[in-house]
Design a protein around this ligand. Structure first.
Ligand code: ZN
Length: 665
């Protein structure tokens, strides 16, 4: 115990010495100082929660997601591509392009040249990518040399212009948790730089039980637990400090619709030929003769359930809903009202222009409406080592892919319509050491480092706050840090003269870019007053040992007073006479002045007159354990002791025998 404390004291001393030396060198080399650090590997895990509406994340029971929201960059909501469906949404997340540009108009679609494409139903996973008309983000990621992986994410299994995702678990109907297990396995085995993971449970529960139902809430809580499993896997793989996470979704959800518009019935009745009617809240009508588009459009204007009708030319010229696509946009596009959707021609024939949805096709939840409709809004949340804390307000689904690229460090996909969101932290503030201690009146020194990982030099304003009001002084309040470098300055914390031993001050330094106040980071450190330490122990029956590390700003003597077991004063021994402030850090011993056995000893601080006690610093009562320890020492000493020493030891044993019956156990 005692040697440990001596060791600790000398460690503190060596640390302070090292600190002083480092301050000296920092002072001299400050302007050139750059603590070069190797470019670290980055990892990004993107999790899609299918059908997760913007407001679902408010649930307090989502432990991991709530933590991400509190510490990361979170959107209030995300505007979805049109229509707000799984296929178009996931391809927008993958390409950063709106639906008309990437060409996946719905989970199935019609193409003037290729005919009906049952994208989710019949196209094998490795061929889905062949139908994309915009570059998926894993292409520039591969070109940047990143290790990529995808679990159950549409259109990641095949080859796009000669590039493929390194590790793929293709889109299939496996249970959600199996997907998480695959993801964890990939994190362990491959440590990918970019991992895309899809989960589907919220989507299916929303269809079956309606948006916001208990079933949906429960499913989201389960997925939150899986996010925790992924966190654990990342920690176990040693990647926590280099990994970021994005949680996003393809669309929101609203109540099911009960009425459907049947264009194929309307057109057949009037004698206008059509090739195909693609269903949903955006109904695409492909006419046999596209020249009849204007005529066909007039049939639907003002019809029950129809909100808007456009010709393909209007969709193109007015850039409506970002839906224009040369071969895949209908000649006429019907946008249905809330509560209605367009019925596809492949399920006909229909017997009315508008009719009730057949009972066995009705679902409690639905989506597919315009992506700026509140219930269709999705989620976006970024969190991790390189993510700043921010409220992003409204974001767009097309911004996600460029943001993924910015976080993971590769160029955005070339067809992206969106832009990277401002989520990447470009400033890292750190203070070393995190804790340090000193005596009242002394300065405790910390090193404050600001790292700029942005692309331009920045000037940072350094501000400090503390909770004990001690004097703080930064060597520099403004520091300029070139792009990709770091700079260090010192913080001196002056411990007040009257600070009580054991008290502390928590200091937080915030560095904020003068050019951009959103670029900000902070770190904290603690300065302690050296805690007092005074321990008494039995050295011989007649002598106590003192292990001291004490600071005095008043008093003039340190005295050991000896008492009987009944607290009657026997005598005293002055250990030290001093002038405050005074710091004592050593091991001493004090004899009983009368050479009799020590029963009780008190270490006290006094004024010049030792009866004038200021405080009792430590007390010690000699117990049987202490005496027994001494007896064992004597036993060990005896064989090598000289005749004179044996006489003394024998006398001590006799005195111990006399004291033993009175000593407390
Ligand atoms: Zn979906």
């Amino acid at each position: 115990m005692r040697t440990e404390e001596i060791k600790r004291s000398s460690t503190v001393f060596l640390l302070s010495l090292a600190m002083v030396l480092s301050i000296v060198s920092v002072t001299f080399t400050f302007t050139q100082l750059s603590l070069a650090q190797p470019e670290e590997e980055r990892h990004l895990i993107v999790i899609s929660i299918d059908g997760c509406r913007w407001d679902y994340l408010q649930d307090e029971n989502l432990i991991n997601i709530r933590q991400m929201i509190e510490e990361g960059a979170v959107a209030n909501h995300m505007v979805i591509t049109n229509p707000s469906m799984t296929g178009p949404g996931h391809i927008t997340l993958l390409t950063g392009a709106w639906t008309g540009k990437h060409g996946i108009m719905l989970n199935q679609f019609y193409d003037r040249q290729l005919g009906f494409i049952n994208f989710f139903g019949e196209i094998p996973p490795e061929e889905q990518v062949n139908y994309l008309q915009a570059e998926p983000l894993w292409v520039p990621a591969e070109d940047a040399g990143l290790n990529t992986a995808a679990v159950h994410w549409t259109s990641t299994a095949g080859e796009y212009e000669g590039r493929r995702v390194d590790t793929v678990v293709p889109f299939s109907s496996m249970p959600d948790h199996d997907r998480i297990e695959h993801a964890i396995q990939i994190i362990n085995d491959n440590k990918p730089n970019l991992l895309l993971v899809y989960t589907g449970g919220v989507h299916s529960e929303s269809y079956n039980y309606g948006p916001g139902s208990d079933e949906v809430k429960n499913k989201l809580r389960i997925i939150d637990g899986w996010i925790g499993e992924i966190f654990d896997a990342v920690k176990e793989a040693g990647l926590w400090n280099s990994t970021d996470f994005i949680i996003t979704s393809d669309h929101g959800f609203t109540e099911g619709y009960s009425r459907q518009i049947c264009p194929s019935y309307v057109l057949a009745n009037i004698g206008i030929g059509y090739e195909f009617v693609l269903w949903g809240a955006f109904g695409h009508i492909f006419l046999s003769n596209p020249d009849q588009a204007e005529n066909a459009k007039t049939l639907f204007v003002g019809m029950e359930g129809v909100d808007e009708v456009y010709t393909k030319a209007e969709i193109e010229n007015l850039n409506l809903y970002n839906l224009y696509n040369e071969n895949r946009c209908g000649d006429v596009v019907i946008v249905s009202k809330y509560g209605y959707q367009v019925a596809g021609s492949m399920w006909g024939p229909y017997e009315n222009a508008v009719e009730n949805v057949h009972e066995n096709r009705y679902r409690a939840g639905s989506h597919g409406y315009p992506g700026d409709l509140q219930d269709m809004w999705g989620i976006f949340l970024a969190y991790g080592a390189h993510i700043r804390r921010a409220n992003l307000g409204e974001v767009r689904q097309v911004d996600v892919a460029p943001t993924i690229a910015a976080i993971a460090g590769f160029p955005p996909p070339e067809d992206a319509d969106g832009e990277a969101l401002n989520v990447v932290k470009t400033i890292f503030t750190s203070i070393l050491p995190s804790e340090s201690e000193g005596l009242p009146g002394e300065d405790v020194i910390f090193l404050v480092t600001v790292k700029n990982t942005g692309s331009t030099a920045e000037n940072y304003l350094l501000e400090n706050v503390d909770n004990s009001g001690w004097a703080l002084e930064l060597e520099n309040n403004v520091i300029e840090v070139p792009a990709g470098e770091n700079r260090t300055t010192t913080l001196a914390v002056t411990i007040p003269e009257n600070a009580e031993p054991g008290t502390e001050d928590l200091i937080t330094i915030t560095a904020t870019s003068i050019e951009n106040e959103n670029v900000s980071d902070n770190d904290s450190c603690i300065a302690h007053v050296i805690p007092p330490k005074a321990e008494l122990s039995l050295v011989a029956l007649y002598k106590v040992g003192l292990d001291l590390d004490l600071y005095f700003d008043n008093g003039s003597k340190l005295v050991v007073k000896f008492y009987t077991y009944d607290d009657a004063f026997e005598n005293e021994n002055v250990i030290e006479t001093f002038t405050p402030p005074w710091h004592v850090e050593e091991n001493k011993s004090a004899r009983h002045p009368e050479g009799i056995g020590v029963k009780k000893a008190r270490l006290v601080l006094t004024y010049e007159d030792t009866e004038n006690v200021i405080s009792t610093i430590a007390s010690f009562t000699v117990a049987r354990d202490d005496i027994f320890g001494r007896v064992m020492e004597i036993k060990g000493r005896w064989p090598i002791a000289s005749p004179d020493e044996r006489n003394a030891l024998f006398q001590e044993i006799m005195d111990i025998k006399g004291q033993w019956p009175f000593a407390p156990s």
